[in-house]
Design a protein around this ligand. Sequence first.
Ligand SMILES: [Zn+2]
Length: 148
Amino acid sequence: MTIRRLTPQFVEQFPERLEPGELYLAMEFATAVHLCACGCGNKVITPFSPTDWQMSFDGETVSLKPSIGNWSFRCRSHYWVRSGRVVWAGDMSQEAINAVRNRDIRAKALHQAARAQGENVDLPEWKDAQVQPKPATWLERLKGRLGL
Ligand SMILES: [Zn+2]
């Protein structure tokens, strides 16, 4: 069942069994845990740090920044937790994922092309070409024409 709200539960230790719809916060460990809002039952761990998630508690509800993208789960759910509400970011995220994936594929293809060229430059023809004199520059051609 889809979870629409996450209720903060401040705990010292995370319980063995998590209840859906509860956001367990262990401030000592600067970490929160909840069950994926799609209802798949996967545990979502959100550590708090400047490079992970920022948590804000308004005395009643919790907000998490940035969004939670469960790409490693089968559900691949993506949502925000804003004032305790689960705000789905599904459709937009899929585009974003695809954009990133396409960029990765392009980068990989470019990398492979560069490597393929790198392999080509080891071919004997290229080595032969390398020892041939470079074409004369315009200055050398001019000097040659003037007989200098
Ligand atoms: Zn899920």
